[in-house]
Design a protein around this ligand. Sequence first.
Ligand SMILES: O=C([O-])CC(=O)C(=O)O
Ligand SMILES: [Mg+2]
Length: 230
Amino acid sequence: MAKGYFVGRDNVTRISRVMQSSYIGVCSLRTTHVLDEFHPLCDKVKIIITNSFHFLLCLLEYCNMSSLATAEICDTNISHLSTGDLRILHPVFQIYGQSQAFSGTIVTVKVFEDNVLVRELLETKGEGRVLVVDGGGSMRCALVGGNLVQLAQSMGWSGIVVNGCVRDVDEINLCQVGVRALGSHPLRSNKKGFGEKHVGVYVGGSFIRDGEWLYADNDGVIVSKFELSI
Ligand SMILES: O=C([O-])CC(=O)C(=O)O
Ligand SMILES: [Mg+2]
């Protein structure tokens, strides 16, 4: 699915960004006048017209995106990047799963070649949160597979970021959960239950705390000390 981009009633300036990409534009009825500007792009940009009351619903339903684009977050939060309140993870992650853009409060788990604690956390209600699994960057087995991602989906997790590998990639890619991992590996992990939940982890070159916020899309992954608003 193409990456979505919202053009709201007060966001006409964002049209230029839409024109430079293959994003989907979502217009509220109050912005139908901007359709003229979209017209030459119609084969490239899908336009969904809705009233302003329902635009957010349509945004999520049709565009399958988080409410904030990571590029936009960076452009508008330079000062927070310099203080470290906002951190951009190194671009080391592969993208899996249907949900190409996702965000949520972070739950952390630190393991090494053992995914018992990962399952334990995914068995709890996700409530739109994102599980960050620090697997120490191991390239020797998979910490998450199709069953665990299906579990995450049914429990309401919005995403899983793995500093390590996944497997059952074809199954994961059918799930409506955003998944990021260093790569894929066919071997399953140990099942001894070693590791720590809710501890600070070092993933993608950044220190990440349980309870911080994560925003991911096709451009990258950002962690914020605070929830970012539209
Ligand atoms: O069982 C595992 O260790 C990982 C896996 O394959 C799955 O979640 O489907
Ligand atoms: Mg499996």
